[in-house]
Design a protein around this ligand. Structure first.
Ligand code: FES
Ligand code: FE2
Length: 402
């Protein structure tokens, strides 16, 4: 049975509002299928533009097995390329942030300008045309200081997300941020279990006592809140300051400005700001959290004092990399305005707790006793939404390629 036929069979077995058939979480064929059908054909958030402040700054990352490179050119534009030399395919840059006046392949020194064009290639003889050997571009969109890429030549519709995201995020001036800290967590769990866990707070009251200090972990459905008497007051305050807050969504994205717990203005161990240089002073610095989430891979929270992003990248059927990044105002000074340990503490704890939950989940899903189970439509509405989105996208891919 080829992978597409196998995937179709698995998808056909999905019960409505239930977790996925076992093989979709555990099988190598599902992993291979997901890279093509999901990660290779979706919009992904690569990072924020402030990570590449100067010409020559770059960010290299893997989308599944595919190496990708974002570079700021001399003209100020950020471009995305496949991180694969047009000579014999070596990667140009190792994963992570860096800076270079030109991009030089470490193998035979082919050298590219920051706009991806081939600048020099030694000993290639007469008749070799440099203009035909520039780096292969990747679709990139820039909105409100955030960078989105899609590896496919036929990308999902973007503008309805872009317009909404711009409206919600622009007041926080993401162009005034700087990257303050990063973390990589390796989880022995399938990426879909990591993401389902990241999309629901059914587990939060017991799983994340620290997060529950500031974050309304009793949220129901799509960001409706209960046991948070300040939610209505918060909505009126946001309206008064012209800050959009209502939950908005498209097929692959969600946005909302969420009221935090009473007395909290940041998502931190004690609910207080973890950076003294705010991104905004609107409403006395109480602007809740702007949460945005993109399927398949990420969520983020922007409070008045910092931005946190979570990005999930599949490495194998049972291995997932979770990249965390923390951003603060570009004029904030480490050790004066913020303590990197305090900045990271809550999400490091929360992510470590989630890693254990997701790994236990994967371990149990491997059991011959596993049967897809029903989600709580109140407490796991966004997890259902994720699973439904996955099945819809996967089924559409099978239909297109079968
Ligand atoms: S593979 Fe890059 S120069 Fe040869
Ligand atoms: Fe969690």
């Amino acid at each position: 049975m080829n992978d597409l036929v196998w995937a179709r069979t698995q998808l056909a077995a999905r019960l409505p509002d239930h977790s996925l058939p076992q093989g979709l979480y555990t099988d190598q064929r599902a992993f291979d299928f997901d890279l093509d059908a999901i990660y290779g054909s979706s919009w992904l958030m690569a990072g924020l533009e402030c990570e590449l402040p100067e010409a020559g700054n770059y960010l290299a990352l893997k989308v599944g097995k595919w190496p990708v490179l974002l570079v700021r050119g001399k003209d100020g534009e950020v471009r995305a390329f496949h991180n694969s030399c047009r000579h014999r395919g070596s990667i140009l840059c190792q994963d992570g942030h860096g800076s270079a006046p030109k991009l030089v392949c470490p193998y035979h020194r082919w050298t590219y300008d920051l706009d991806g064009s081939l600048f020099a290639a030694g000993r290639m003889g007469e008749g070799f045309d440099k203009t035909e050997h520039g780096l292969s571009p990747i679709a990139l969109r820039r909105v409100a200081g955030a960078l989105f890429i899609c590896l496919s030549d036929s990308q999902p519709e973007f503008d309805s997300f872009g317009d909404s995201f711009n409206r919600y995020a622009a007041p926080l001036n993401f162009s005034d941020l700087k990257l303050a800290a990063t973390d990589l967590l390796v989880e022995q769990a399938n990426w879909k279990l990591v993401m389902e866990n990241a999309r629901e707070c059914y587990h939060c009251p017991t799983g994340h006592p620290e997060l529950g200090q500031s974050f309304p972990v009793h949220m129901v459905r799509h960001f409706d809140t209960i046991r948070n008497p300040e939610a209505e007051t918060f909505a009126a305050q946001m309206d008064a300051h012209g800050l959009p807050h209502a939950a908005a969504e498209g097929s692959w994205w969600q946005l909302a400005r969420i009221a935090l717990n009473p007395g909290s203005t940041s998502i931190s161990m004690d609910g207080r700001p973890v950076c003294a240089k705010p991104l905004t002073t609107l409403n006395g610095g109480n602007v809740g959290s702007l949460r945005w989430a993109i399927d398949p891979h990420m969520f983020a929270h922007a409070t008045a004092d910092h931005v946190f992003t979570f990005s999930c990248m599949p490495v194998g059927p049972r291995e997932t990399h979770v990249f965390s990044r923390w951003y603060v105002h570009k004029n904030a000074t480490e050790g004066v305005d913020y303590d990197p340990f305090a900045l990271k503490e809550l999400w490091l704890k929360t992510n470590a707790q989630d890693k254990e939950l997701a790994e236990n989940n994967h371990c149990g899903v491997l059991s011959p006793g596993y049967r897809p189970g029903p989600y709580s439509l109140e407490a796991e509405a966004l997890a259902v939404r994720f699973a439904d989105w996955y099945c819809d996208r996967a089924s559409a891919y099978v239909a297109d390629h079968g």
